[in-house]
Design a protein around this ligand. Structure first.
Ligand code: NAD
Length: 477
């Protein structure tokens, strides 16, 4: 299915076309329509009239049936989804078929379970003298917010889009979604599945295009949007928030990170090395949760760096950066690191494969050491396969280094000392702290970041809370 908008139940390719480029070899995969303002406008209007129609009166049970149908629809076209995700992102097939697409299916099933099983609160009340008399029953119902704008990034295109679409639908909203301009394909396939699942026209709308001064901004500045759920860079979040302020539109933001790993001398070093290879280099470092700062307790520093370098040099099956522009950005940080005084332990350049991948946007997995904490390479999110490894002496210093960042998304602690794990984890300024593991996810848990890494939490009841308003009903008995 070629990238197309899906507005009020109809697929269209209105708007100027821009090329979709394969990050694997630089070839042209096709074209994507850029939604002009009137297409975005039509999508918001369709979503508005859908919320006023029968969808706005559906029960949670009815909506959960749709969610399960959508999950089944993705599953039935599993290979097509994997093919599209691999083509757009260049990520290894193994990753798309074990993480991206199964998790997208899981998102719909999890939110069907969570929304259906969610209790509402009731408060039997004996009214005190100051507030009338008699007894009452207070209970809380949840109402959808209305028209929700969902903006998603390119790194986990379907996974992150459905992570918002599923709870937004479960809570009864209507949606206008805009996926990343770099990865429009699985979103279009999803619109096809939603169409087949029989959702009423206008409940889910999809528009393609760029962000600033384009479809993304048209959508997030639209007065007809009741809430904005965004995943992407912190600077983009700031730009969206400026528009959201005009209409006091609520936002849920999942933003960037510069995630630390703390490796204590008492850690199982083999596990810590394996875990750090995963956390730094999965999807070539293009996951918001990836580790870019590794702090290792001094007695095991040399041993850890040597083992990490050996494992990193052995990596062969890795994907490219999403675009030539992003590759250039990552390489500019490799150069900056050296200018700032880094020792390049391994990597630092562009790999040569001797095949079509040499036309793609690959960079080498890279380990740096020796930088001061003030270096831009240590402070700024690079979003590539690179980590800086630095020593620390004690627990307090480890926590101080981990927290010395404007970001606070995720952190990893490697230790076999149970007490230390419980002492350190709550002191780290991050929304998610993993101990002796990385990216082990339970979809019921709160997911999000502190500081510049986000606003609010998603996951489980947290998403359902964001996508709905509690309304208290007080009935006098
Ligand atoms: P990005 O912010 O450049 O783009 C994300 C989306 O926002 C795209 O769909 C884009 O078109 C749109 N956009 C861009 N400018 C806009 C504007 N002014 N108004 C409205 N929409 C706009 O991010 P990216 O490069 O696609 O993704 C990488 C970033 O996302 C990294 O910073 C990464 O850490 C972050 N990220 C965070 C999480 C998380 O859960 N916290 C998950 C994945 C990625």
């Amino acid at each position: 299915m070629k990238p197309a908008h899906y507005v009020n139940g109809v697929f269209t390719t209105t708007g100027a076309a821009f090329p979709l480029i394969s990050p694997i070899d630089g070839s042209r995969l096709g074209v994507v329509p850029e939604a002009p303002r009137d297409v975005v406008d039509a999508a918001v209007r369709a979503a508005r009239s859908a919320i006023a129609g029968p969808w706005g009166r559906t029960s949670v049970e009815e909506r959960c049936v749709f969610l399960r149908r959508i999950a089944d629809g993705i599953e039935a076209r599993f290979d097509a989804f994997v093919d599209a995700e691999v083509a757009d992102t260049g990520k290894p097939r193994e990753l798309a078929s074990t993480v991206d697409i199964p998790r997208a299916i899981g998102n719909f099933r999890a939110y069907a379970d969570l929304a259906y099983g969610r209790p509402e609160r009731a408060y039997p009340t004996t009214v005190p003298g100051w507030s009338g008399s008699g007894q009452a029953l207070n209970y809380t119902v949840r109402r959808p917010l209305g028209v929700v704008a969902i903006i998603s990034p390119w790194n986990l295109p379907l996974l992150l889009l459905t992570w918002k679409v599923a709870p937004a639908l479960a809570a009864g909203n209507t949606i206008v979604a805009k996926p990343s301009e770099e990865t429009p394909s699985t979103a279009t396939l999803l619109a096809g599945v939603i169409d087949e699942a029989g959702l009423p026209a206008g409940v889910f709308n999809l528009v393609h295009g760029h962000g600033a001064d384009a479809a993304g901004e048209h959508l997030t500045s639209h007065p007809g949007v009741d809430a904005i759920a965004f995943t992407g860079a912190s600077a983009t979040g700031a730009a969206i928030m400026r528009h959201a302020a005009d209409h006091v539109t609520p936002v849920s933001f999942e933003l960037g990170g510069k995630n630390p790993a703390l490796v204590f001398a008492d850690a199982d070093l083999t596990e810590a090395v394996e875990g750090t290879v995963r956390s730094s280099f999965t999807h070539s470092g293009q996951i918001c949760l990836c580790t870019e700062r590794v702090y290792v307790q001094r007695p095991v520093f040399e041993e850890f760096v040597a083992a990490l370098a050996e494992r990193t040099r052995a990596l062969t099956d890795y994907g490219p950066m999403i675009s030539a522009e992003h590759r250039d950005k990552v390489l500019s940080y490799y150069r900056l690191g050296v200018e700032e005084g880094a020792t390049v332990v391994t990597g630092g350049g562009v790999p040569v494969f001797g095949d079509e991948r040499d036309g793609g946007f690959f960079v080498e997995p890279t380990i740096l050491t020796g930088l001061p904490e003030s270096a831009r390479t240590v402070r700024e999110e690079i979003f590539g396969p690179v980590c800086h490894v630095a020593p620390f002496d004690d627990e307090d210093e480890a926590v101080r280094l981990a927290n010395d960042s404007r970001y606070g998304l995720a952190a990893t602690v490697w230790t076999t000392d149970l007490s230390r794990a419980h002492r350190v984890a709550p002191r780290v300024e991050a929304g998610i702290v993993w101990v002796n593991c990385w990216n082990l996810r339970d979809l019921r848990t709160p997911f999000g970041g502190v500081k510049a890494s986000g606003i609010g939490r998603e996951g489980g009841e947290y998403s359902l809370d964001f996508f709905s308003e509690p309304v208290n009903v007080c009935v006098k008995i």
